[in-house]
Design a protein around this ligand. Structure first.
Ligand code: ATP
Length: 347
């Protein structure tokens, strides 16, 4: 594995910022640590960068031990490129000189050639003679990426790289940065609290809570096969509906008997909370199951309707926005589960 973290722990006094963190990242993959404020994601990234020592566990890159309880290789020796939230460009250097900065070991002509190559990669050759304050925030972040990639690091770390940018630009830039990293086959680890950003950028995403990594998986699996209740809640939208396992392929609920593969951990008779995502609840005008619309949110292409059940529980459904229903209308829906995501009732 290109990057490997084994049982990494970092404490600050009595605060356990990172606890028992295991993850691996193959060469060329983009990983992302995602989680709410204070969950420990920045501390984990700083441990990889070498800005923080680890109290136990090990960090390896390309098989080389970078950190353990007794070892903290200095950041400058780790061959890691960093991109920070605040760009951290040198204001008194031109764009070209900023990118060339980390290439001090090379001859002047080689440095300039490499810096220009990197500026071409991020499509900013035309800005090479400008100073950071003469380009936009999104452009500054691309310069920061070019600077991080110029020395051909083993690993690129990105710490909330888009959080200073407006939302439109964030969406665009996250896809662009992914493309650039893929073009040079860089291995990267990103930290963000923004799920859309994590999903747009990363091949593997880890959801953290209270210093622990709850799941390290492809975005698709985090959404469709959340390992814990916290991940199910944190990722995407959805509601939990009480139910009882009837068989390996059916669950009894207020909506009737629902079919789908029940996780092997459950037995008939078990009381569960069943996760229903908006995409499990299909709009169907011919369905005998009709529910009242209690809230609606316009999303452009579709409406997110909240539907009330007699018990007071709610469901969410996404409906194409030309079906414009009013609050109080009853609409037909059909539940379509492929596999069932469930957790022990109330757990
Ligand atoms: P945010 O998104 O708000 O940056 P985070 O998920 O990156 O949060 P960390 O910054 O890693 O979280 O912090 C994890 C925990 O460790 C928090 O409780 C924080 O207060 C604590 N912590 C982080 N750095 C230090 C430090 N230098 N000294 C003491 N406590 C710290």
């Amino acid at each position: 594995m290109w990057l490997e973290m084994r049982g990494v722990e970092r404490r600050f006094g009595r605060t356990v910022a990172v606890s028992g963190l295991d993850l691996t990242l193959p060469q060329g993959a983009i990983g992302c640590l995602l989680g709410p404020s204070g969950c420990g994601k920045t501390t984990a990234l700083r441990c990889v960068a070498g800005f923080e020592p680890v109290d136990s566990g090990e960090i390896f890159a390309r098989g080389r031990l970078l950190s353990s309880r007794d070892v903290t290789a200095p950041p400058a020796t780790r061959n890691i490129g960093m991109v920070f939230q605040d760009y951290a460009l040198f204001p008194h250097l031109t764009v070209l000189d900023n990118v060339a900065f980390g290439l001090h070991r090379d001859a002047r002509a080689a440095r300039e050639r490499r810096a220009l190559e990197m500026l071409a990669l991020v499509r900013l050759e035309d800005c090479r003679a400008r100073y950071p304050h003469e380009i936009s925030g999104g452009q500054q972040q691309r310069v920061a990426l070019a600077r991080a990639l110029a020395p051909q690091p083993d690993l690129v770390l990105l710490d909330e790289p888009f959080s200073n940018l407006d939302i439109d630009l964030r969406g665009r830039l996250s896809l662009e940065v992914r493309e650039i990293l893929k073009q040079v086959n860089a291995t990267a680890l990103l930290v963000t609290h923004d799920q859309n950003e994590a999903f747009a950028m990363a091949d593997l995403v880890g959801v953290m809570q209270n210093g622990r990594l709850e799941q390290w998986d492809a975005p698709y699996d985090l959404y469709h096969r959340p390992a814990t209740r916290f991940v199910a809640d944190f990722i995407g939208q959805g509601v939990f509906l009480p139910g009882e396992v009837l068989s390996a392929g059916t669950v009894g609920t207020e909506l009737g008997v629902l079919a789908g593969d029940v996780p092997a951990a459950f037995r008939p008779g078990d009381r569960i909370d069943l996760l229903l995502r908006p995409d499990d609840v299909l709009y169907d005008e011919t369905s005998p199951l009709t529910l009242q619309v209690t809230q609606k949110a316009f999303r452009g292409a579709d409406f997110l309707y909240t539907l009330a059940l007699p018990s007071g529980a709610v469901l969410l459904t996404l409906v194409p926005s030309h079906f414009d229903h009013s609050l109080g209308d009853r609409i037909g829906v059909r539940i379509e589960l492929d596999h069932i995501v469930a957790f022990p009732r109330g757990g």
